[in-house]
Design a protein around this ligand. Structure first.
Ligand SMILES: Nc1ncnc2c1ncn2[C@@H]1O[C@H](COP(=O)(O)OP(=O)(O)OP(=O)(O)O)[C@@H](O)[C@H]1O
Length: 398
C-alpha cells in the first residue's frame, strides 16, 4: 500500500552555509560541531518514515528537538534543505508555487498552537476564510463552514468574535477552519498545549471521536509523551533533530530504543496502555485437554514445571485452570478424566485488554491470566503473575 506521506532523508538546516553544514552532517559530525564550524543549526537530520492513510501520527520531542521544523517542511512552510516528501505519490519538494498552493488548499491543512484566528471576523467568517480565498461563493462557503462548526461542537457560536470565546473554543474554531476544505492531511502543531489540563484532555477525547468519523491522516506534534500515547496510532520520538524511534505506543513503552526514550517512558502511567497481548507469553501455550486423564495431565505439568495449567477442548477453546494437587486427588480417586477439577470461574483477558482493565481481577487471583480470542474463545496466550505484578507496581525489582 502506498503511504499517505513518505518522508525520505529529510534534512533542514538553518543558516547561510548550508552546503558545508550538509557535508559535515554526512561525515557524521554532531549538531554542536556543525554549529561551531558553520554557524548553522541542524533543525532536522535525515528523517525517514512513512505515515499511512487514516493514521494518527504523533511527533514527540522536547523543545528544540526539531518537531515543528519537521512538521513545517511537510507543507513546505519551511523549505527543506535535502530529502524528499511525498504525499500520495507526489513529491512535494519538487512542486512549483502554484502546485504547492493547490496542495495546501485541498490536501493539507494546519492547526496552530496559538489558534491563529482573525480577531475582527466572526467564527463563521474565520472558518470560511480559506474557502473565501479559494473564491467559493458565500452561500456555499457558509453552508460548509456551518457544518464543520457543528462538527466541532460550536453550533450557536457562528456570529461570535474569537475574543468572546474560551481558549478551548478558540482552538475548536482553529480546528474547524482546518477541516473546512475537507483536507486529506491535518497537521497539528502543539494544538492543545496552550489549553489548561482539563480542557486539554477533553479536546483530546473530542479529537479522537472526530477522527473515528473523519479518518483523516493526522500529524500531531507534542512535547508531552502522555498526550502522544493517548492520541497516537504511532509515535515518532525526536531528539536533537533526529527521529530516534518510530513505533506504536506499546512498542515505545515496552521496547524503548535508547536510554533517552526510556527516561521518558519511566514517567508514563503504563497501566492504561500496556495490553494483554504485549504481556502474554508468546511461546506455544501448554494446556491440558478436558478429556485428558490425570496421568496425561501430570506428565504435561512435569514437562512444564508448572502446577497450574489451562484446560482446553480439543480445538483449543479455553475452559479454565487445573491445579496439580487436585489432579493428584483425581488420580487417587481413580477418575478417568480431569473434568471434575477444572476451575471455570476464572477471569480471562482479550489481547487488547489493558492492564488497567485487568487490575480488578488481578487483585483477586493468584493465577496466571488466560488471554483468549474474543471471537471464538480460543486460548492464545497466558500472562504470568510475575509479569502482571511487574506491570502493576512498575517495579522490576521485587
Ligand atoms: N528560524 C530559525 N533559525 C535558526 N534556527 C532555528 C529556527 N527555527 C528553529 N531553529 C532551531 O532548530 C532547532 C529545532 O527547532 P524547532 O522549533 O523545530 O524545535 P521544536 O522541537 O519544535 O521546539 P519547540 O517545541 O520549542 O518549538 C532548534 O535548535 C532551534 O533553535
Amino acid at each position: 500500500m502506498t503511504p499517505k506521506l513518505k518522508i525520505e532523508n529529510l534534512t533542514l538546516i538553518f543558516g547561510r552555509d548550508k552546503e558545508t553544514a550538509l557535508r559535515m552532517l554526512k561525515e557524521g559530525k554532531s549538531k554542536a560541531d556543525i554549529l561551531a564550524a558553520t554557524g548553522c543549526t541542524v533543525g532536522v537530520k535525515e528523517a525517514s518514515f512513512d505515515i499511512q492513510k487514516g493514521e494518527f501520527f504523533v511527533i514527540m520531542g522536547l523543545s528544540g528537538s526539531g518537531k515543528s521544523s519537521l512538521l513545517r517542511c511537510l507543507n513546505r512552510l519551511i523549505e527543506p534543505t535535502a530529502g524528499n516528501i511525498f504525499i500520495n505519490e507526489t513529491n512535494i519538494t519538487q512542486l512549483n508555487d502554484k502546485q504547492l498552493q493547490e496542495i495546501r488548499r485541498k490536501e493539507i491543512s494546519m492547526v496552530f498552537q496559538q489558534f491563529g484566528l482573525l480577531p475582527h471576523r466572526s467564527v463563521l467568517e474565520n472558518v470560511g476564510f480559506g474557502l473565501e480565498l479559494q473564491g467559493m461563493p458565500a452561500a456555499e462557503r457558509n453552508q460548509k463552514s456551518a457544518a464543520v462548526i457543528e462538527m466541532v461542537g460550536l453550533k450557536g457560536y457562528e456570529q461570535q468574535l474569537p475574543s468572546n470565546l474560551s481558549g478551548g473554543m478558540q482552538q475548536r474554531v482553529g480546528l474547524a477552519r482546518a477541516l473546512a476544505n475537507d483536507p486529506e492531511v491535518l497537521l497539528m502543531d502543539e494544538a492543545f498545549s496552550a489549553l489548561d489540563p482539563l480542557i486539554r484532555t477533553q479536546m483530546q477525547d473530542e479529537l479522537l471521536d472526530l477522527q473515528e468519523k473523519m479518518h483523516k491522516t493526522i500529524v500531531f506534534i507534542t512535547h508531552d509523551l502522555d498526550e502522544a500515547i493517548r492520541l497516537g496510532d504511532r509515535i515518532a520520538i525526536m531528539k536533537d533533530g533526529e527521529v530516534i524511534q518510530v513505533g506504536t505506543p506499546e512498542e515505545i513503552l515496552t521496547a524503548p530504543a535508547t536510554d533517552y526514550v526510556s527516561s521518558f517512558v519511566e514517567k508514563v502511567d503504563r497501566k492504561a496502555i500496556i495490553t494483554a497481548s504485549s504481556l502474554m507469553d508468546t511461546k506455544p501455550v501448554s494446556a491440558v485437554f478436558r478429556k485428558d486423564g490425570p496421568e496425561g495431565s501430570l506428565r504435561k505439568m512435569r514437562a512444564t514445571g508448572l502446577d497450574i495449567l489451562p484446560a482446553v477442548t480439543v480445538d483449543k477453546h479455553f475452559l479454565g485452570f487445573v491445579y496439580l494437587k487436585e489432579i493428584l486427588e483425581v488420580k487417587r480417586r481413580g477418575e478417568p478424566t480431569i473434568e471434575s477439577v477444572i476451575h471455570r470461574e476464572v477471569p480471562v483477558a482479550y489481547p487488547d485488554t489493558t492492564v488497567e482493565q485487568m487490575l480488578p481481577f488481578i487483585a483477586e487471583t493468584d493465577k496466571p491470566v488466560a488471554v483468549v480470542n474474543p471471537e471464538n474463545n480460543k486460548l492464545v496466550g497466558l500472562i504470568s503473575q510475575t509479569a502482571l505484578i511487574i506491570e502493576t507496581t512498575g517495579s522490576q525489582t521485587l
